[in-house]
Design a protein around this ligand. Structure first.
Ligand SMILES: [Fe+2]
Ligand SMILES: [Fe+2]
Ligand SMILES: [Fe+2]
Length: 425
């Protein structure tokens, strides 16, 4: 058992891609920063692991910025020092041991160099790696803006960006990190890589591959962190994924799945709405009924869940369980319209867990259904051929048990959400 392992890199690239879907601007931004940070790190540090950590932290450095407005703000050339998204991003990963160092780099990726002589607000030394990300971040933004606004070639742009940022040596940036950037400015290929469609494809494989291998329990933890990134984008559903994951896991146990499969179900539950990261907040947060067009956009989230999880090849089964949660046995689901026998037991369990959680959970604009109403709705859906009758019966005969577990998991998630939203620097 527990022979399920994946590379941390694959998962982080997948969450970085997910964030890129919120705003195409951010997609290129994170990749550009990851590429350039790596090139600067390579000049300054001999340690391959340190270079890899800079690369990975850069790839998700803005993960704490959840809404389009926040993102629009941090990709401005002329920005005020903004540490809220840095601290929130770090908070998400702080307690996950394999990523503790990466969290620390994210926390300080906007901190000015001269604060407390390399000391952060907590009195600890700011790592050089965070300084590298800070500089690469500013360069990438200025380069993108200048390339977009004028018909410049990249080499003139780089020259002007460097002379503009130079004014901040000894205050925002330290001399040595800046010197590494200036050295790089002479290497044409670096800038051609940076403005290419897929900057991280130019980072050597020893950096982008085999960083830390995660086992099944680590994957559960990191999937629960991703669930927070998904859910925290909207106060309306800030606890949804935790409820679905717990319900699906319990149903898997009751249905007699193996212990490993039950853990995989928990992961699939945490990730089932990953594609919601691609849905605009205005739709996620709309308290009224969505119009036809908005409904179509909202429904595309499962398509994106599928595409994003396809990047992690070991997630083949988990992906099917996660991404098919709006498919229906009668073929009336979405987005693939898979039907009948083509929907595996795991996908059927997830569909029931998702409906059950959605109708029983409280949301800011309505309270959850009473037990009897929820049971009636589920029975009806099973009777009309939408969801699996066996799984539905399993849920109804353990209703109180499952409902208590769901409510408890969601209370804990609500506390984490409050803590996240109350984070200040
Ligand atoms: Fe940032
Ligand atoms: Fe950034
Ligand atoms: Fe969904």
């Amino acid at each position: 058992m527990d022979k399920f392992r994946i590379d941390l890199n694959d998962l982080l690239i997948s969450v970085s891609n997910a964030q890129g879907l919120v705003s195409p601007e951010l997609f290129n931004h994170q990749q550009m920063v990851a590429y350039l940070s790596f090139r600067i790190a390579e000049k300054l540090m001999k340690d391959e692991n340190a270079c890899r950590e800079v690369f990975l932290a850069s790839l998700i450095h803005d993960v704490g910025a959840l809404t389009e407005d926040e993102i629009a703000n941090i990709v401005k050339v002329d920005y005020a020092e903004d540490n809220l998204h840095s601290y929130r991003g770090a908070l998400l990963f702080d307690n996950f041991k394999p990523m503790k160092k990466i969290a620390r780099l994210i926390r300080y990726h906007h901190t000015y160099w001269n604060y407390g002589n390399w000391l952060g607000l907590d009195g600890e030394k700011i790592p050089r790696e965070a300084q590298i990300i800070h500089l690469a971040d500013r360069v990438s933004i200025a380069v993108s803006k200048q390339m977009g606004s004028k018909n410049n070639n990249v080499f003139t742009v780089v020259e002007s960006v460097i002379s503009m940022l130079k004014n901040h040596i000894g205050n925002r940036f330290d001399q040595e990190t800046f010197k590494a950037l200036e050295d790089l400015s002479k290497i044409e290929s670096v800038w051609l890589d940076l403005i290419s469609k897929d900057p991280i494809s130019h980072v050597p494989l020893n950096i982008t591959n085999s960083y830390i291998v995660l086992d099944i329990d680590d994957i559960i933890t990191i999937a629960s962190i991703f669930a927070q990134i998904i859910d925290f984008r909207s106060g309306f559903t800030s606890r949804h994924s935790a409820g679905v994951a717990t319900t699906a896991h319990k149903l898997a146990v009751l249905a007699g799945l193996s212990p490993l499969e039950c853990k995989m179900m928990l992961i699939a539950g945490y990730l089932h709405d990953l594609g919601k990261i691609a849905i605009p907040s205005s739709i996620l947060e709309k308290p009224d009924k969505l119009d036809d067009n908005e409904t179509k956009i909202m429904r595309s989230h499962t398509y994106y869940t599928y595409k994003l999880l396809s990047e992690v090849k070991e997630f083949d089964t988990i992906n099917k369980w996660a991404a098919f949660h709006h498919e229906r046995l009668d073929g009336n689901g979405y987005p693939f319209h898979i039907e009948g026998e083509n929907l595996t037991l795991g996908s059927r369990i997830m569909a029931v867990a998702d409906i059950f959680t959605a109708i029983t959970e409280n949301r800011p604009y309505r309270i959850g259904m009473k037990d009897e109403t929820a049971i009636r709705v589920l029975r009806n859906m099973a009777k009309t051929g939408g969801i699996d009758p066996r799984i539905t019966t399993l849920l109804i005969s353990n209703f109180n048990d499952i409902n208590n577990l769901r409510a408890q998991a969601q209370t804990e998630a609500a506390n984490r959400y409050q803590e996240f939203m109350n984070t200040y620097i």
